[in-house]
Design a protein around this ligand. Sequence first.
Ligand code: CU
Length: 171
Amino acid sequence: MERKLILAILAVSIFTACNNSSDNKEKKEDTTMKGMEHDSMQHMPTTSANIPALPVIPDGAKVFFRNLKNGASVSSPFKVEMGTEVMKVDTAGPVVAGSGHHHLIIDGADSLMAGEMVSKDSTHLHFGKGQTETELTLAPGKHKLTMQFADGLHRSYGGKLSATITVNVKQ
Ligand SMILES: [Cu+2]
């Protein structure tokens, strides 16, 4: 059983390594995330030598919804502007102190623990090109929106760099 699992992980690692040479930026981001997931499934210390530590959050840094107040009523689709103070918005990839990129979590957690990888799916949106606004299409009703800032490797900066609001999407 265990041997099979190790083989499977090895196979995935090789596959990931091959894919990393791809020029496609989207793919690169994906494989980075997969690579990290598998790394953390094994033992973090064995790979941490190659991975820079999560940068320390500078004093006064925060993220906020620029154009939406908690409890706002909106008509779908609606615009979401993501603001930062102190932190610089950068593209995904390099891990640079004092910078990172935005994520939006829809109807999920209030924040992700510092260092936790932001997953990538329909309710965890990445703005790895350094975008600071987007348009959301949501079904009518109440929805919870969480902004989560993360470093170049999509590792959450934690609750200090998150913001959560509820919006009411009109019929
Ligand atoms: Cu990301």
